[in-house]
Design a protein around this ligand. Structure first.
Ligand SMILES: *Cc1c(COP(=O)(O)O)cnc(C)c1O
Length: 371
């Protein structure tokens, strides 16, 4: 059994995928070829925003907006410690200070109440300027943007949605990727919409900001790439990867439905033995991961061992919250600072999740866990 079955997906579109790849080899525009623009237009329409700027990875999709906003030393950027390192790494990379805020125990997403407390504390201390909030749509569930957007408006702080896992999710018909001032996503192969390498994209409605992102993507170009008006990066997405996303995107809306069917089956079959994920009314998750809670770390280890024995893969996202990572030692956080993230990192684990997971397999997985 596979944790994510990309081969099954590929078999459904093999001929069209090959044709797309052959097209690129034939026209030879490997950098910023026509497939890049075509993909950006389709994804912007799907998300319901004016602009999509494709880029080299989900990490650069987070870095580029921060660069375009001139985030740097002296700035505070608020995010969750219960996420992949990239979310906070880009803050540090620019010399700004990551300020961690604990998560809601039901959604695993940043807690709006604790976010406002953290902003007030930073203002009171007076050492850093609150600049950006990066909420993460963890495991595919959008964060609480109604509350977060109120806070951002109240304090004049920008919001960058990390939709690397959330792309395809929604809240009351508003798509993930459309929240905040800008949003970032990733096409890493294991994400809900992946390519066959690295890739990412940024979404925004703001025309001026769009122009800045396009400039940052190619070495801070002005009129052309030999006229440089700011410091940028080489952040382009390959034409071949855009061609692959275009073909995989034809399956994507249906795959979101299939992922939700898999999650519904898990929810129905898993007993009180574990805590299953909750999705509030109005929210749709894209189930980047289907994550459940064991009683404690020992219980998780024994459940994972039983699954392994039965030939079923499982994984822990995330075993160590970011404030406990060596790379962030200098921030002087200590154990106990973010109790919910710390507890979840001990209890959480994820089961196989992909659109083509069969009912028989889901039943087998649940049997092993319930027994
Ligand atoms: C995967 C991921 C990223 C980084 O994406 P890459 O394409 O691997 O650079 C950022 N944030 C979150 C929450 C992710 O899951």
């Amino acid at each position: 059994m596979q944790f994510i079955d990309l081969a099954k997906q590929q078999s459904l579109i093999k001929d069209a995928l090959d044709a797309r790849i052959q097209d690129v080899l034939a026209h030879g525009k490997y950098i910023m070829g026509p497939e890049v623009k075509e993909m950006e237009a389709q994804l912007a329409e799907y998300v319901g925003v004016k602009h999509c700027v494709s880029c080299s990875s989900g990490t650069d999709a987070l870095l580029m907006p921060l660069m375009a906003w001139d985030v740097g030393p002296g700035d505070a950027v608020f995010t969750t410690p219960f996420t992949f390192i990239a979310t906070a790494e880009v803050i540090q990379l620019l010399g700004a200070t990551p300020v961690f805020v604990d998560i809601d125990p039901k959604t695993y997403n940043i807690s709006p109440e604790l976010l406002e407390d953290a902003i007030k504390q930073v203002i009171e201390k007076g050492e850093l300027t609150p600049k950006v909030i990066i909420p993460v749509d963890l495991f595919g569930l959008p964060a609480d943007y109604a509350a977060i957007e109120l806070i951002s408006a109240k304090y004049g702080i920008k919001v960058l949605e990390d939709a690397a896992q959330g792309f395809g999710g929604q809240i009351d018909g508003r798509m993930a990727g459309s929240f905040g001032d800008a949003a970032s996503t990733s096409f890493f192969p294991a994400k809900p919409l992946g390519c066959y390498g690295d890739g990412g994209a940024i979404f925004t409605d703001d025309d001026e900001f769009y122009e800045k992102l396009v400039s940052v993507r190619v070495h801070g170009k002005g009129g052309d790439k030999y006229d440089n008006i700011r410091i940028g990066i080489n952040g382009r997405m390959d034409t071949l990867q855009a061609a692959i996303v275009l073909e995989k995107f034809t399956l994507f809306p249906n795959e979101v439905k299939l992922r939700n069917k898999v999650a519904d089956q898990y929810n129905a079959l898993l007993s009180d033995r574990v805590v299953v994920p909750e999705v509030s009314t109005g929210y749709t998750s894209v189930w980047a991961q289907y994550s459940i809670l064991a009683k404690d770390a020992d219980d998780r280890a024994s459940l994972q061992a039983k699954l392994k024995e039965a030939g079923i893969p499982s994984a822990v996202y995330y075993p160590k919250p970011l404030h406990q990572q060596t790379a962030f030692n200098h921030l002087d956080y200590k154990d106990g600072d973010f109790p919910v993230s710390e507890e979840m990192s001990q209890r959480i684990f994820s089961l196989p999740m992909h659109p083509y997971l069969e009912t028989a397999d889901i039943e087998k997985i649940c049997e092993v866990i319930n027994s």
